[in-house]
Ligand binder design. Structure first.
Ligand code: ZN
Length: 429
């Protein structure tokens, strides 16, 4: 019981921290380490607890110990209370909602902020609180919004919702706790297998294992994604496709205007991804889409007449209305690719947060072929949550990648199998 209280308190403290950050709270910097400390202490108590009786006893001891450590945190709690009191009349919330109403599609970060503010002012049981966190989860995509996903999942859990909290969101070594308290559906066999693999990959991190949520093989492979992400199995316009005729002739014109910029790379455990600063554009019949990131799959996810190529790079774009468009460039084994040479020389070899490579600039346009003839179809994210409504353009022209460069890519297999076409047209220009 006490343990649950601590968890709820921690979750609220976390939400509070995210509100502080979202409101540009100046003292935010100090809150995060204290919360981490608090969580670590709670986790320590958890580890030593063998039975529920032990758990209560351990929690009591932890609470006593924490009370001392909490003194500095108390002021933060008071600040949180002050924020809560200041926001309690709901005016700020309605102001914010009015401001947001003008925007058609709120970003995941804003949904989390809205959820957190709602939780503080309207309480955790307010349906709109839950809705905000759920929406944030829905639109968090491509593994580059881990903090947002974590905040939304913890927010929902704090509101008493049954929600799977990614182990990445929990303190190191606490993934078992996550499964017990919030991830009742997840079968431990699947996760333990991943833990083994991850423990190996993590190497020196030892006991700390963040189990990946999903993978490309075995118990967490693509045919199991639907258990946790229903769209992956129930969706009717899923990607990738085996691209084969008959094709429909179209008159769509696509152009790219990619700019050189800082090289920000992340190994998210599923792929090597390069996050792109604002300014690079993709246009479909003149409508601008911003390039968000690009990443690689080996072999290519798309097949041409039943055959995959060595690799594919997916350029992910979003327009002002939030619609996603993916430009796919197939990589064929051949000469060395100078762009990939730069990327591979700087990529994080193991999973971790984004790194900005100092002193190196990169232009994503270096990875594009000259010719822009394409196949196009309506599809989905090719990774969980497999959200649909993504427009795909796969270029007919390929670019080269050397055999050694293919071998250097740290993911041997990270391609989702081709999905049923279900009557979708494949358009060519
Ligand atoms: Zn992709």
């Amino acid at each position: 019981m006490k343990r649950t209280l601590i968890e709820v308190f921690l979750a609220i403290a976390l939400i509070g921290a995210s509100v502080f950050g979202w409101m540009n709270w100046k003292q935010n910097g100090a809150a995060a380490p204290q919360i981490t400390e608090l969580k670590a202490a709670a986790e320590e108590a958890e580890k030593t607890a063998k039975t529920s009786e032990d758990a209560v006893k351990a929690a009591e001891e932890a609470v006593a110990a924490l009370r001392e450590e909490m003194a500095p945190l108390e002021s933060k709690v008071q600040q949180l209370e002050a924020v809560k009191a200041a926001l309690a009349n709901g005016t700020t919330l309605s102001d914010l909602e009015a401001a947001y109403k003008k925007e058609k599609n709120l970003s995941a970060e804003r949904q989390v902020g809205l959820g957190a503010l709602r939780m503080l002012t309207k309480g955790a049981n307010d349906p709109a609180t839950l809705e905000s966190f759920r929406k944030a989860l829905q639109i968090s995509d491509f593994g580059n919004r881990k903090n947002t996903i974590c905040a939304a999942q913890i927010g929902l859990a704090a509101a008493g919702e049954k929600v799977t909290i990614m182990s990445e969101c929990l303190p190191k070594g606490a993934s078992d706790k996550g499964e017990k308290s919030a991830d009742k559906d997840a079968k431990s066999d699947g996760h333990s297998k991943a833990d083994d693999k991850n423990a190996k990959a993590d190497g020196k991190k030892g006991g700390a294992h963040a189990a990946p949520h999903w993978g490309y093989e075995g118990e967490m492979g693509p045919d199991k994604w639907g258990k946790e992400f229903p769209t992956c199995s129930k969706g009717k316009s899923q990607s990738p496709l085996d691209i084969r005729g008959p094709f429909v002739k179209g008159r769509i014109v696509i152009t790219t205007d990619y700019k050189e910029g800082a090289l920000r790379m992340v190994n998210n455990g599923h792929t090597i991804q390069v996050n792109v600063n604002p300014g690079s554009k993709f246009r479909i019949d003149g409508i601008a889409y911003d390039l968000l990131q690009f990443h690689f799959h080996r072999p290519s996810e798309e097949k041409i007449d039943g055959k995959p190529l060595a690799m594919v790079v997916h350029f992910v774009h979003k327009n002002a209305e939030g619609k996603l468009a993916v430009l796919g460039v197939l990589l064929k084994e051949g000469n060395e690719n100078p762009g990939i040479k730069t990327l591979w020389a700087n990529m994080p070899k193991s999973e971790g947060p984004e790194v900005e490579v100092e002193g190196v600039k990169f232009n994503p346009g270096n990875l594009l072929p000259k010719e822009f003839d394409f196949f196009s179809y309506e599809g989905s994210l090719t990774t969980p949550p497999c959200t649909e409504g993504v427009r795909f353009f796969i270029l007919k022209s390929t670019v080269n990648v050397a055999k050694e460069q293919i071998a250097e890519f740290p993911f041997k297999l990270n391609a989702r199998p081709v999905q049923a076409q279900n009557g979708r047209e494949i358009v060519t220009n």
